[in-house]
Design a protein around this ligand. Structure first.
Ligand code: APR
Ligand code: ZN
Ligand code: ZN
Length: 365
């Protein structure tokens, strides 16, 4: 029964290390067993896309970029029961397997064998594409594993909803899932881009009593207030460790979230937390980076030093819940959408991201 038809659509491709991305015709197969074809409605521009095009992730060029996306399921392959054509979904890069050691121990957010589509999308000449984070959604259509489609309330704006697919979920999850922020906590967030502001929004949702935003850019600090920061510290002007201590009665914060990925800001996070507090690293460092900490302090301060991968999220649990809170007006996902752009504007969006002018540029289709 091979009446399957490949689809020719436009997609944003990184052909080789460091060269500008281009919009190309790509060929997307019809879904096979366990797969879903998704008509993409929105996809946010994330640092990871830029890292792919710079060759910082791996060398498997050409890449089909884009991974913070929402859309409508167009078709599903054999055996797919969780989603159906017409469903509004957020794409995720944690389609858990249910079989690996982490899944079997009841910790599926650590799943070691997450699913992706088995068939390859290609360029028009048949060259296989590597989809960013197994998604590849700067394209009119993309092919994913059905488990990568998380159904949510279609009343949500696609541009806002798609951001839960990566950066915003990473930030919210860093606060709520990894940091365990709870009612009455004091929280400091170092680095207030899209991820840091999402951590601030998450801390507010969880009932934190004090939320201190730390950044070197006053405009970012102003935006951070909009997401729930109760206090702000420009760490170019004031020592952030002293400032956080002062704002927390001399103690330090219960939870400090590092949302940049740099040794000096990680050390600030380590020193700005209270005894028995928690540090969460959600910013992504580069391979050359090292930290040096007094081991006695690591012991003596107690508490926990944690890292947060994709906000330790479980898409099936977290996406629908966060979309419901968004629709109730309790989580400002629209606030992360700095601008909407077209597929042709991704390269320019990288430049804006680099200059720190946006929280998220979002491609809408
Ligand atoms: N001290 C304080 N703030 C800083 C510093 C510093 N030394 N250096 C940069 N910042 C601030 C920037 O001003 C900016 O507001 O950190 C923020 C970083 O935000 P973005 O560049 O917008 O990055 P974002 O998308 O939030 O991602 C942050 O998380 O998922 C990872 O790969 C991602 O490592 C990146 C991090
Ligand atoms: Zn698993
Ligand atoms: Zn991302």
């Amino acid at each position: 029964m091979s009446d399957r038809m490949p689809h020719e659509v436009r997609g944003v491709v990184a052909r080789s290390r460091g060269t500008k991305v281009s919009v190309e015709t790509i060929v997307v197969p019809d879904p096979g067993p366990g797969e879903a074809l998704v008509q993409v409605q929105s996809c946010g521009v994330c640092h990871t896309d830029l890292h792919y095009r710079e060759g910082g992730i791996n060398d498997e060029f050409p890449f089909l970029l884009g991974h913070e996306a929402a859309g409508i399921v167009e078709a599903v392959g054999d055996g797919v029961t969780d989603v159906a054509p017409g469903d509004f979904v957020i794409l995720n890069w944690r389609a858990v397997c249910g079989q690996c050691r982490a899944c079997r121990r009841g910790r599926p957010w650590y799943c070691f064998a997450t699913h992706n589509a088995a068939q390859k999308m290609t360029l028009a000449d048949g060259t296989e594409l590597s989809p960013a984070l197994g998604i590849g959604a700067f394209a009119e259509k993309t092919l994913v594993h059905a488990g990568q489609c998380t159904k949510v309330d279609p009343a949500a704006s696609p541009a806002a909803a798609g951001l839960l697919g990566c950066g915003v979920m990473a930030g919210i999850g860093a606060a709520i899932n990894t940091g365990g922020v709870t009612r009455g906590d004091s929280v400091a967030v170092i680095g207030c881009g899209g991820v840091g502001d999402a951590a601030i929004a998450g801390a507010r949702l969880a009932g934190a009593a004090k939320i201190i935003a730390v950044d070197i850019d006053d405009r970012k600090l102003e935006w951070a207030r909009g997401f729930g920061a109760t206090d702000t510290v420009n760490s170019r002007e004031a020592d952030p460790v002293e400032a956080v201590r002062k704002l927390t009665g001399g103690n330090g914060a219960d939870v400090v979230i590092e949302a940049i990925g740099r040794p000096e800001t990680y050390e600030q996070a380590f020193n700005a937390r209270d005894l028995a507090g928690t540090v969460v690293l959600v910013g992504v460092p580069t391979p050359d980076m090292k930290i040096e900490l007094p081991l006695l302090e690591v012991f003596g301060r107690g508490g926990a030093l944690k890292s947060s991968w994709y906000g330790d999220c479980l898409p099936s649990r977290d996406f629908p819940m966060l979309i419901d809170l968004y629709l109730q007006g309790r989580l400002d996902l629209d606030g992360f959408v700095s601008e909407t752009i077209g597929l042709d504007d991704v390269e320019e969006a990288f430049a804006k991201m680099h200059r720190g002018e946006v929280l998220r540029s979002v491609v809408t289709l």
